[in-house]
Design a protein around this ligand. Structure first.
Ligand SMILES: [Zn+2]
Length: 164
C-alpha cells in the first residue's frame, strides 16, 4: 500500500510507502486526509489507520527541473497509447535508436509502439526502415506525471489528482 503526499497547497507531490507516511504524520510533518480504516497498521502495540492521502503541514518548494522517471507505463500514457510509427493502438514501447546499438532508456528515445511495427522494425533505426516518427518524443514535466507514473495509482487519489 502506498500513500499519496500532497504539498501544503494540496497539489500532488509524491507517492511514498505507508510506513514513510506514518512517520511523517507521527512527527507532525503531515496530517491524514484519507485513510483506510479497514486495514490498520499495527505497530508497537498500537493500530493506526493506513493513510492513503496525507498533506504536508509546511510547504515544500519543488525545483522546476525535477525530472520524471521514465517508465513503460509513462511512455504509453505520454503517447496516448498510439504507435509513434503508424498511429495504431500501441501496447508496447520501442527504442527509436535500438538498445543493441547504444540507444538509451530515455523519454527521448522511447515511444509507444504497436506489436506489428515493433516486430517489423526489430533492431533497425527508423531511417533504415524509411519510417518517420509522428511526433518528437520528449520528457513530460509536472508533479502530476510523477504521481501518475507509479504502477498502481489508487482510487482514493483521483479527487486529489484532478487538478494536477
Ligand atoms: Zn505501429
Amino acid at each position: 500500500m502506498r500513500t499519496l503526499v500532497l504539498n501544503a497547497g494540496y497539489e500532488p507531490l509524491a507517492v511514498v510507502s505507508f510506513r514513510r507516511a506514518l512517520v511523517l504524520v507521527m512527527t507532525q510533518k503531515a496530517t491524514v486526509l484519507a485513510a483506510d480504516a479497514e486495514h490498520p497498521v499495527v505497530s508497537t502495540g498500537f493500530a493506526y489507520d493506513r493513510p492513503s492521502v496525507i498533506v504536508l503541514t509546511r510547504y515544500v518548494k519543488i525545483p522546476h527541473s525535477r525530472s520524471v522517471p521514465v517508465s513503460r507505463r509513462g511512455v504509453l500514457r505520454r503517447d496516448a497509447h498510439r504507435c509513434a510509427y503508424c498511429g495504431a493502438t500501441a501496447s508496447t514501447i520501442d527504442h527509436v535508436q535500438p538498445r543493441s546499438r547504444g540507444g538509451a532508456d530515455s523519454w527521448e528515445n522511447l515511444v509507444a509502439c504497436c506489436l506489428r511495427c515493433n516486430n517489423v522494425k526489430s533492431d533497425r533505426t527508423p531511417a533504415e526502415m524509411g519510417w518517420s516518427l509522428r511526433w518528437q518524443p520528449k520528457a513530460p514535466h509536472g508533479v502530476g506525471w510523477v504521481v501518475r507514473g507509479v504502477e498502481r495509482p489508487q482510487e482514493e487519489w483521483d479527487a486529489f489528482l484532478a487538478a494536477a
